[in-house]
Ligand binder design. Structure first.
Ligand code: DAK
Length: 259
């Protein structure tokens, strides 16, 4: 895949792919082309049978400092409507395989929103996370008001969205927004460790479980339980279910095939 603003490594490690946002001078500001590249890479990796977990990262200074303000500044509402960035974000949201964010430095605006599209979030102690759109006269547009509120609750979400304040990685961890904070030299390694754990499991069960957890945000408890039940039954259609349970009984490590 030809890319200008991201680096895609489909076999970063066995079964693990890496997408690195790569506009360092602009703190990985998410211009339209970069977002299109992320969308296309995720689609490709989601369809690649060798890949079982995908890490998205930036660099030490920035995961991403938000959508590209310079690209957006002169746009009209109709330009924004016609560009239809939502279709790109909607496609990213459809990724079935587990996404792990390895975050260091700034994760702001669209950067925070991209981070929140990931299923597991590892951050370095230097991470600064926020939805500062209010300071440039707009508001979050890619799910920030919804995903952030569901993750951290009304009080902190209001504070972040209405004042634009950044929070530290430690604060994000305490608020339930992220999974782990590590010293800056380890944030990618830690993300790889999560990916290795996931890659060793049944890809079928991981996908179905991810889908069921995400469904919790869109459904009543009863609807969610019903959905979970269907996915639970579906696990029993896989060879991986037989392999996983037999391996337990035979006291050996399961070898999951994704079938
Ligand atoms: N856009 C464009 N360029 C950016 C940028 C951004 N978001 N963030 C940083 N840069 C550029 C700076 O302009 C500067 O470029 P030069 O001046 O060197 O050419 C370079 O990166 C380094 O930045 P600074 O010199 O400012 O670095 P500092 O360390 O002093 O400050 C900072 C770092 C992150 C605190 C600061 O750069 C900053 O406040 N950046 C803007 C943060 C921000 O407001 N982010 C939210 C943007 S709005 C949607 C989907 C998503 C969105 C909207 C719609 N749809 C689906 C419809 C998302 C919107 C947003 O994210």
């Amino acid at each position: 895949m030809q890319t200008e603003f991201i680096i895609v490594t489909p076999q970063f490690e066995k079964h693990i792919a890496l997408i690195q946002l790569n506009r360092p001078k602009e703190l990985n500001a998410l211009n339209l082309q970069l977002m299109g590249e992320v969308r296309d890479a995720l689609k490709m990796l989601d369809n690649d049978d060798h890949v079982r977990a995908i890490i998205i990262t930036g660099n030490e200074k920035a995961f991403a400092a938000g959508a590209d303000i310079k690209q957006m500044a002169g746009k009209t509402a109709i330009d924004m409507l016609n560009i239809d960035q939502f279709s790109t974000w909607d496609q990213i949201k459809k990724t079935k395989k587990p996404l792990i964010a390895a975050v260091s430095g700034f994760a702001l605006g669209g950067g925070c929103e991209l981070m929140m599209h990931c299923d597991i979030i590892v951050a370095s102690e230097t991470a600064r996370i926020g939805q500062p759109e209010i300071k440039i006269g707009v508001m979050p547009g890619a799910g920030g008001t919804q995903r952030l509120t569901r993750a951290v609750g009304k009080a902190l979400a209001m504070e972040m969205v209405l004042t634009g304040k950044f929070i530290t990685a430690e604060e994000a961890l305490r608020a339930g927004l992220i999974n782990k904070v590590v010293p800056v030299e380890f944030y990618l390694k830690e993300a790889v460790q999560y990916a290795q754990q996931l890659a060793a499991l049944s890809p079928v069960a991981v996908k179905l479980a991810k889908e069921a957890v995400l469904n919790a945000f869109n459904s009543s408890l009863d609807e969610g339980l019903h959905f979970e039940r269907k996915n639970f039954y579906l696990c029993f259609a896989s060879e991986d279910q037989k392999e996983g349970m037999n391996a337990f009984i035979e006291k050996r490590t399961a070898q999951f095939s994704g079938k």
